[in-house]
Design a protein around this ligand. Sequence first.
Ligand code: PMV
Length: 326
Amino acid sequence: MTGPDGIPARPLPISARAPGKCVLFGEHAVVHGCPELVVAIDLPTQVFVRAAGRVALNSDPRAAETHPYFRAALALAWRDRPAIDVRSVTRIPRSAGLGSSAAFVGALGAALAAGTGGLGRAELAQRAFEIERSAQGVGSPGDTSASVAGSYVALNGGGGEPLWSVGVGSDRWTVRRVDDPRWTWVVAYSGIPRSTADAVRAVGERLARPDGPSILARFDEVARAGIASVGRGDRRETGELLRRNQELLREVGVSHPRLEALLGAASPVSDGAKITGAGAGGSIVALPVPGREGELVRLLARAGALPFVVRAEPAGAALVEAPDTA
Ligand code: PMV
């Protein structure tokens, strides 16, 4: 049973798509059980999967061994199946904190689920998390759940209707829906790639120090308030909470002079802004003053970043029903 909202069974070739994401509140702290708010953004990844003589990703036959997410997806979702050729196309910069791996895993997970009889959406969220965790070694299911669910989702607290609970081993996270305030956001990639796993480990060490629990308590409070303020569409309070979340990210050591410069550039035309994702490079997210999105994009581009105007993507991972060209 895939349920009305699940991924239906399809024969190959299959095309599927999933959105990238942006963390608005609670990154890093979520790994330690605190709340997080993530929004799926309208920067998608699309995959095309077809039967082939040998396994390949974007024409690279070694990818089944060398690409950690592709290798994990094949092991968990395509074991002992005939060879497939996968093409992946995306607008999301890699290693930028904008969910390129979650979108790849969400889209490929949906396509492989369709090719193996279909899957319910909660089961796809669990599988996408397992694939990402197996490739990355650390982290929470925030990115993969947002990519599979679409729109705004909260982990570990706040939010409304529960969508699912996902986990590995004894670690579990409950994922809930948060109302979409229909805001426009601007995300901007600094051009500095970084490793999520390294940043998560470094923050884990920082939080193991004696003041770790009190820092986590502040992350918890800011994220809980942030989830509520976004859910009721309160821009002013959300902007203030984004700033407070940024202070905490600075305190745990994941800011970077380039990111601080971008936050400074964004500030005159934003209601609030912060790093998004693991930090130590990567991207920022800003809530533009309504009507000044274009100005914000120009300021960020002039400061050396790659900006994108984004909105919540309501559709999570889904099959792309192509015209009958097979
Ligand atoms: O991979 P990124 O940069 O989008 O970071 C994700 C957010 C973290 O909380 C740092 C890690 C995680 O898996 O939750």
